[in-house]
Design a protein around this ligand. Structure first.
Ligand code: ADP
Ligand code: MG
Length: 359
């Protein structure tokens, strides 16, 4: 069924492309505008094809950069004036936050719940203890880890709303000793908000790369072909595969993205909320594809924690989350949920990798 629809869509697209090129004479290559910036602890690359309806590409990109910086101020735990840092410093008191923060927290908490707490946005004390914030890496003792794990519990976060002078006011309360970390979800939400702004500006073709692990494709490439998104080999430096996608987001979480080594052991930045230690589930990386970049970001982290078996169960049990996934195990085996079967292909040098399609 899915395959036949794909083929029909392809034929239709081809006819449209032919008709357009006949109408317009020679097919015109859309102008490409690009902006690179360092934000949210990563290098981001924003690429726009063509112009907006009412504004030029450069002006639109200026707006995107400002939007990213504005959101980073709210959501970075290390910006003292931001919403997250103020909640973390409040010592259990109610803290007023902006509407975008309340909205992100609410949706993230739902994702924490649906993943059974594999995603937990209160991991900050543990993330800090391992040195992932100040780069002073260390391995906490078992006793310290047990104490840290006791302070990770997304169910203790409450987001409330009231009114003041006719306006809605949002507040967040978190018990003293607990702290929020939106590191697993902020880039995803930022990508979705950027894509919304681009759509409002009438941009029909853009690729928002918020640092390898979060990519949001707006529309298709100007020539009507899908975007080709490379999937990194977690065990090497090359790309083991390519995903061909239009108008979708992609998120990857892996132990190779941020880590340190001590006494021959590698410790990475994705923690199992139950133990406060790096999650070791047998997976080296997980890539998630969904219309929502927030879903991609949140679930790639959660599936990495859950491992293959429980991750696949989550996929089967929750079709309403509208996601597909590519799991790469520590042994380099690939497992693909059915919806990605046509979109994924192995790159040169990896053709003999076994790929299992999950249904
Ligand atoms: P990246 O930020 O490299 O794209 P992720 O989206 O997987 O990777 O987010 C990892 C970040 O989220 C960590 O750096 C940490 O700040 C935080 N974190 C670590 N483990 C968890 C977890 N189980 N749930 C939620 N956040 C986590
Ligand atoms: Mg994530």
């Amino acid at each position: 069924m899915a395959r036949r629809m794909g083929a029909r869509g392809g034929t239709l697209a081809l006819c449209l492309a032919l008709a357009l090129s006949l109408l317009g004479g020679c097919a015109r290559q859309e102008e490409k505008s690009q902006r690179q910036l360092f934000a949210m602890d990563t290098v981001m690359t924003l690429t726009l094809y063509g112009e907006g309806d009412t504004r030029g590409a450069e002006e639109i990109l200026d707006g995107s950069v400002q939007q990213i910086q504005w959101l980073e101020d709210f959501w970075s735990a290390v910006r003292p004036e931001g919403d997250v840092a103020r909640v973390n410093a409040a010592g259990g008191a109610e803290t007023e936050v902006a509407a975008p923060t309340a909205s992100l927290l609410r949706q993230s908490l739902e994702l924490c719940a649906v993943t059974g707490g594999a995603l937990d946005i209160t991991a900050y004390p543990a993330v800090k203890a391992w040195g992932f914030i100040d780069q002073e890496y260390r391995v906490p003792s078992q006793a310290e880890l047990a104490e840290l794990a006791g302070r990770i519990d997304y169910r203790q976060v409450s987001v409330d709303e009231g009114t003041r002078d006719g306006e809605t006011v949002y507040t967040v309360t978190l018990p003293a000793g607990m702290e929020l970390d939106l590191g697993a979800v902020a880039k995803g939400r930022t990508a979705d908000l950027l894509a919304e702004s681009l759509a409002a500006d009438g941009v029909s073709s853009a690729l928002l790369d918020l640092g390898q692990s979060t990519i949001r494709a707006v529309g298709e490439k100007p020539d009507g072909s899908p975007w080709r998104i490379a999937v990194q080999d977690p065990a090497g430096t090359g790309y083991l595969g390519v995903l061909e996608l239009a108008d979708l987001a992609v998120g990857t979480s892996g132990g190779y993205q941020r880590y340190f080594e001590q006494d021959g052991v590698t410790y990475w930045h994705i923690l199992d909320p139950d133990t406060a230690a790096p999650a070791r589930s047998g997976l080296a990386a997980v890539t998630v594809v969904s219309p929502s970049a927030l879903t991609c970001d949140a679930l790639s982290t959660a599936l990495f924690v859950l491992g293959l078996e429980e991750g696949v169960q989550l996929w089967r049990d929750h079709p309403e989350l509208e996601f597909q996934a590519l799991f790469i195990t520590d042994e380099g085996e690939l497992y693909l949920t059915q919806g990605l079967e046509d979109a994924f292909s192995l790159t040169e040098g990896y053709e003999d990798r076994e790929v299992t399609v999950l249904s």
